[in-house]
Unconditional design. Structure first.
Lengths: 376, 376
């Protein structure tokens, strides 16, 4: 929450929930990444918040861009990024989208299997590819999801295949998990990466780059380590596993770049109880899972919520969205403390909502419009 | 899947996934409801699919409309419905939206607590209200969700409050759960409703209406009972609990009205494995949780998926969407059998997707556009 956001909201007269995002915070975050990892190129994960003003600012600051689709590539180009500052980082691409990216000048692509390598060899000949790996250094898989990446043994073969097809087997990528609170989490993946570098070097293929992914957290309710701590831990792990042959590195912060720059203002639509004996209040907001807060799915992200009554006595309550959908409940398994004096019509501020909110909004579920966004 | 849809898709040349919805199926569904429940007014749940052509057809057939927001009220009016055929069925409404609905002529509102009654008394004086109840006849709560409704004892008081404030305490509503496969599920809720009718009659308040809600299923992979069976079971339950004083009834089909009228055509973007030992294929489509298939959340709805290779040998696989989001996986806990001969670039048809797909689409997550829709 910044003074500029408070001032903006004080003057706002329109109805409905909105996100307000302060570019000065984005600028500070970019500078903190650049300073903490001075030898690492920053590829902002456009999907976190593709607002043109955010992309313009980051392009001016010198950021590169990690993109998930041709539309995101076009957005990065429109913001002034040259194609050499754009990575097509989605491992799942239609061959005709690869061709479009190539026509736009993009030469850096993510892969995690031989079939994807073959598409790139046909549609973007001579390009650089990096292979995403799935497992930690000790061979254990990331608990999060197996959707992206392959096991390290397979990665070496995928990159060898790329080399054989005339592509540049450029490097590796991995993801330590979004909102990663432990700066040492990069160590195991870097160990596995170094082993693949050595393995391929023996076969005459010299990888050059490690994509350290995203995962840099934003502060929600609990404190998170500063970016500096991540920079130090990552540099130590690089030295440990690559010795004096540290490869080129890139990072892909999304949440860590814009999460804490945004605040959503919403309104209490209803407060009720289900029975007279029930102590639990249900607090219904005009924002829910389908118009901006999709990341409350499984109560995954617990946003800080501020009200004008926070000095009063608090009681846990269920918080739900405004739609007629029974799954549109934000916090119920772990009820959320809100002031007893909170009233229908009151405004609430939901902090840390600069990332993964606006673009997750449904086009018009239940007739509710997508989340409005103001970048200041 | 209808011949008209097959013909339409044969001639389609555009890129990207799309929904094709056959209005003839919607017409058949409306007729089946009208015939199975001849004394019941049909209020189509607009949120299931608010396409103007769907609303136009239903308005011409004589349907009324259950709406969740002022936008949906305006959509129903635009389709030709008069305000007396519109219910503002969301129990969570801003007072200024109630006033807007009132200004548009709407006089029927859902409530589930006294605070909502007070808003309606102020913003829509003299209107009819019905109270949504939460529990089954024996006092057990619906296992699904407690988001909407209150316990029956409280409902009587809520309606008495409405009566005192000059509103018409009009009736009750409940919801037996979406995609309800048991036609007898209405029995317990009707028993509880009849008890509230008697209770309030003793206090001089004569309720007139029971809103039987939605819940009518559409056929996905398993067969579901015909609408006729629901009509018979509901009529029996009404006779049993209300004797010869059967109240006015309404139903709010959404999925049951449009679900089986729509088919999504999507494309296989990638097929891969995570390791050489891994038997499980990952099949990535160009549609996922964020551009149309939100109801695969927790693998809740299991859509029938057809391909041109369905006579070949099948093997279970994980099916995932095209975005860079690790939660964008459709079926993994219970892998989905697809033909071994399925190839990258092949089209797949996802059936039963006429409801709760287009409007759930994100505005542009990962740069992917919202789901296209063609109504034929």
């Amino acid at each position: 929450m910044t003074d500029r956001i408070i001032e903006f909201l004080r003057n706002r007269r329109e109805d409905g929930p909105c996100l307000v995002l302060d570019l000065e915070v984005v600028r500070d975050n970019y500078m903190a990444f650049a300073k903490a990892l001075p030898d690492t190129r920053v590829f902002y994960a456009v999907k976190a918040n593709p607002d043109p003003q955010v992309l313009d600012l980051l392009a001016r600051l010198g950021s590169s861009f990690d993109t998930a689709s041709v539309v995101e590539i076009e957005q990065a180009l429109a913001a002034g990024a040259t194609p050499d500052r754009i990575s097509f980082g989605n491992t799942i691409k239609k061959e005709r989208d690869i061709a479009r990216a190539y026509a736009l000048g993009v030469r850096l692509f993510a892969v995690d299997c031989e079939a994807e390598v073959e598409k790139i060899a046909r549609a973007a000949p001579g390009s650089k590819v990096f292979c995403r790996i799935l497992c930690a250094g000790d061979g254990a898989e990331w608990p999060l999801s197996r959707k992206f990446g392959c096991v390290p043994e397979m990665a070496a073969r995928v990159l060898e295949h790329a080399h054989r097809l005339g592509l540049v087997a450029y490097g590796l990528s991995f993801h330590v998990g979004s909102q990663q609170r432990n700066p040492k989490s990069w160590d195991a993946a870097l160990k596995a990466s170094a082993a693949i570098f050595r393995d391929l070097a023996e076969r005459g293929i010299n990888l050059q780059m490690v994509n350290l992914g995203g995962g840099f957290p934003t502060k929600y309710l609990r404190d998170v380590p500063a970016v500096k701590a991540y920079g130090q831990a990552i540099f130590r792990a690089l030295r440990k596993h690559f010795g004096n042959r540290i490869p080129e590195t890139i990072i892909e912060p999304g949440r860590g770049m814009v999460g804490n720059a945004g605040v959503i203002e919403a309104e209490v639509v209803l407060i009720s109880k289900k029975s007279d004996e029930d102590k639990m209040r249900w607090v219904y907001l005009d924002i829910g899972k389908f118009n901006g807060l999709a990341e409350t799915m499984d109560e995954m992200i617990r946003y800080p919520i501020r009200t004008a009554y926070d000095d009063d006595a608090m009681e846990p309550c269920v918080i739900a969205g405004p739609s007629c959908d029974s799954v549109d409940v934000l916090y119920e398994k772990e009820p959320y403390p809100l002031p007893l004096s909170l009233e229908i019509g009151a405004k609430v501020l939901i902090e840390g909502t600069g990332a993964y909110t606006t673009t997750y909004s449904a086009v018009g579920f239940n007739g509710f419009p997508p989340l409005k966004s103001y970048v200041i």
